[in-house]
Design a protein around this ligand. Structure first.
Ligand code: FE
Ligand code: CA
Length: 529
């Protein structure tokens, strides 16, 4: 592999957009002697001296393709104070190697960390070999980042024997340590799917494990500082060093239970979208995402498709940005008849059409829908729950769910597997054409991950589990501790190992497997492993 081929193209592209005025301004800001523009970025990089380490937020990689991956970092010598970088564009070097010691560097290049994007960088490396481990790191001035491990996807259509991935989400900084992220890191999976609630937007509260930085967050700088607080956590950083992430968001990356341009407080939509724009920008700046996910004002296209040989076709869905507002959320409300209204949607019509197209040409052994909130029904009736359904989930959008399930049947998309999070409980469930009729066909299975730490330690089993299971015979497993799911896909089976730690209010507890489910290809539905 020639050292510079793909990277030079990126370099030229970056330089072309890097004006002479910008370069000189940068040189001035940094107190550097005047230098000629042709060498200025290199000079900046060579002379940039940091009094504090700039790679405080670690590094990450994401969205693996057969020949490429996104490499991410964000320069932040003062991470909790907006980053602490000079207001100038800074050249950052990167390299990708075959080995952890960087003896065989297969690609290297430079990119520009811009103040407009909080000095984050998103390098889209191309020209790598499929299905291979790689190691990467960044350099700015004399400072070198930690090295991350990543992995490219297998060649499209190629036979793949085995793929291992983790599913995680809901890491609340105040409610517990991120021990589960640390254990996830030890598994060195092929990729991690994050179901969202990567941060929580809430103000700090009394009597917590460790406090949030400040009040509820609204501005771009607020969101940057909150992401920084989370990414300074060594367990989170270890998880991101261990494998490429495929990220999706849920509500708390913006505001609890928001729906499109509606928040919980009934803020005027034209005002709320200003907050959404700040939140989406900070999310983009903080995640290993491609330029195709770059936000445009309050909009950001996060739904996308990734394929892993002939084994897994992975559709990442966004159930927040386009959804109809929730209905029937509080007892005594008179809008419960709208739960099944066909004009309401949880993914919006454009994303639905995109998904329907993907399902029509799904060819891999497993068709995965990776998203945020449970699609399977949870009927809480007969318990102390104030309402029968939790209508922030697909249970509040039953026509939308019926359309997706009908499309799965109609297209015969192979072996549907849904991944979800949000509810801070582990679940394994069968997906039914009609959840109220146990005899109706099973069309697939769903694995829901509990939280990394949200909700604190959790319990061995929730008190209402027996009632819940009686009302919902499609539930196959349930766990109420913190943790993540470790999944193994082969041509024959999809296995989910539900990993848990017994406490997150104290550090360094060990991980155990609380339960395991297996889906056999061609036999929809999960059984105990
Ligand atoms: Fe959550
Ligand atoms: Ca959530």
């Amino acid at each position: 592999m020639p050292d510079h081929a793909p990277s030079l193209r990126f370099y030229d592209h970056a330089l072309a957009r890097f004006s002479r005025r910008e370069l000189l301004n940068a040189a001035w800001t940094l107190g550097l002697a005047a230098v000629t523009p042709s060498v200025v970025t290199r000079t900046l990089s060579a002379q940039m001296a940091f009094s504090e380490y700039p790679f405080t937020l670690g590094v990450a990689s994401g969205d693996p393709l057969p020949t490429g991956v996104v490499l991410w970092t964000r320069l932040a010598p003062k991470p909790l104070e907006g980053g602490g970088m000079p207001m100038a564009s800074i050249e950052v070097g990167w390299e990708v190697a075959d080995d952890r010691a960087f003896r065989t560097v297969v690609q290297k290049g430079t990119t520009i960390a811009r103040p407009e994007l909080g000095h984050s960088v998103h390098v889209e490396v191309e020209g790598l070999r499929p299905g291979r481990d790689y190691f990467y790191r960044f350099r700015v001035g004399r400072e070198v980042s930690p090295a991350g491990r990543t992995k490219t996807a297998p060649q499209a259509g190629a036979a793949v024997d085995r793929l291992r991935f983790a599913v995680c989400g809901c890491s609340h900084y105040e409610q517990g340590y991120f021990t589960a992220y640390r254990h996830l890191a030890d598994e060195a999976v092929d990729f991690v799917f994050h179901t969202g609630d990567y941060i929580y937007e809430t103000r700090t509260r009394p009597d917590v494990v460790r406090p949030h930085n400040g009040q509820e967050i609204y501005t771009l700088v607020d969101y940057r500082n909150r992401y920084a607080l989370y990414q300074m956590d060594p367990d989170l950083r270890a998880a991101q060093l261990s494998a490429p992430f495929i990220v999706s968001w849920d509500d708390h990356e913006v505001d609890n239970d928001y729906a499109d341009d509606h928040d919980e407080q009934d803020t005027p939509p034209e005002v709320f979208v200003l907050r959404r724009a700040a939140a989406y920008q900070a999310y983009y700046e903080s995640m290993p995402l491609r330029a195709s996910q770059m936000p445009r004002g309050p909009d950001m296209r996060l739904y996308r498709r990734l394929t892993f040989g002939n084994l897994v076709d992975f559709n990442v869905l966004d159930t927040r940005q386009y959804r109809s507002d929730q209905v029937c959320q509080v007892p005594g409300t008179n809008d419960c008849h709208l739960i099944g209204d066909p004009s309401r949607s949880i993914i919006g019509s454009a994303q639905e059409q995109w998904l329907f197209g993907n399902l029509a040409d799904a060819r891999a052994r497993w068709t995965v829908l990776g998203q945020q909130v449970p699609t399977f029904a949870r009927d809480f009736d007969g318990t102390t729950s104030p309402v029968r359904w939790q209508t922030d989930k697909w249970d509040g959008y039953t026509a939308s769910r019926a359309r997706v399930f009908a499309r799965l049947q109609e297209t015969k998309a192979p072996n549907p597997i849904v991944l979800s999070g949000d509810v801070h409980l582990h679940y394994g469930a069968d997906l039914k054409v009609d959840f109220t009729r146990p005899e109706s066909p099973t069309i697939g299975a769903e694995f829901t991950n509990t939280s990394i730490s949200s909700g604190g330690d959790g319990t061995a089993q929730i008190a209402m589990w027996e009632t819940l299971r009686a009302n919902n015979p499609h539930l196959k497993y349930h766990g109420a501790r913190r943790g993540y799911i470790s999944c193994t896909a082969t041509p024959e089976t999809m296995r989910a190992d539900f990993r848990v730690v017994d406490k997150v209010t104290v550090r360094d507890r060990p991980v155990t497997t609380d339960g395991s489910l297996v889906v056999e290809a061609g036999k929809p539905g999960a059984v105990k492993a």
